[in-house]
Design a protein around this ligand. Structure first.
Ligand SMILES: [Zn+2]
Length: 199
């Protein structure tokens, strides 16, 4: 991803659902909005974490206007739910605390899943088109686990001072602290060096 100062770094959200934060959100996060219409969502999916599970192309998805609206509503709910899961003391500007209605949005999004099939030459393939509701169902099932199981302990916000990037820690020891070493991790190291030597 590219930051506003023009530098680029690698950020892995560790989860398809949490990757949705990179597609935009409520103000002031709306300046990062990339999902303006259903076709934008179909174009983003093959580039997202979803592709690890569903290696499909843009034309394999069918996103209706209704699916798209549900996706945006789900993303709004995540903006309210996930910061609380991270345990971070940082307050996200423009974001309200989660309510029971937000959890209901997640629960309601759990629905039919994409259908794996065996092709005539014996290979696994996915029945297409995959609908927006099926894609949302994948994200919602992930969120049920991230909220309601031990996985919640690994939902984090980057410890960088002004960084609000949230991720699921997939590292084996479970000690990931930064959005990326290249960005906030390095700043931290540089900061430590300075404080040891110049203060
Ligand atoms: Zn960061």
């Amino acid at each position: 991803m590219t930051s506003r100062d023009g530098g680029s770094h690698i950020f892995d959200s560790g989860s398809f659902a949490l990757e949705l934060f990179l597609t935009g959100g409520p103000p002031p996060w709306d300046r990062y909005e990339i999902l303006h219409e259903p076709a934008d969502l179909a174009a983003w999916l093959p580039e997202s974490h979803l592709a690890l599970e569903l290696p499909l192309g843009v034309d394999d998805f069918r996103i209706t206007a209704r699916d798209f609206a549900k996706f945006k509503e789900f993303r709004q709910a995540l903006w309210r739910i996930v910061p609380g899961l991270t345990g971070s003391p940082k307050q996200l500007p423009g974001v309200d605390p989660a309510t029971a209605a937000d959890l209901q949005i997640v629960n309601d999004a759990v629905g039919p899943m994409p259908r794996p099939q065996v092709s005539s030459n014996g290979e696994k393939r996915w029945e297409t088109p995959v609908t927006g509701a099926q894609v949302l169902s994948i994200a919602a099932r992930e969120m049920v686990d991230l909220i309601g199981t031990d996985k919640a302990k690994r939902v984090r916000m980057c410890e960088g001072g002004n960084c609000y990037l949230m991720f699921y820690d997939t590292s084996r020891p479970g000690n990931r602290r930064w959005c990326s070493m290249q960005r906030c991790g390095n700043r931290h190291k540089v900061g430590n060096y300075r404080s040891r030597h110049y203060e």
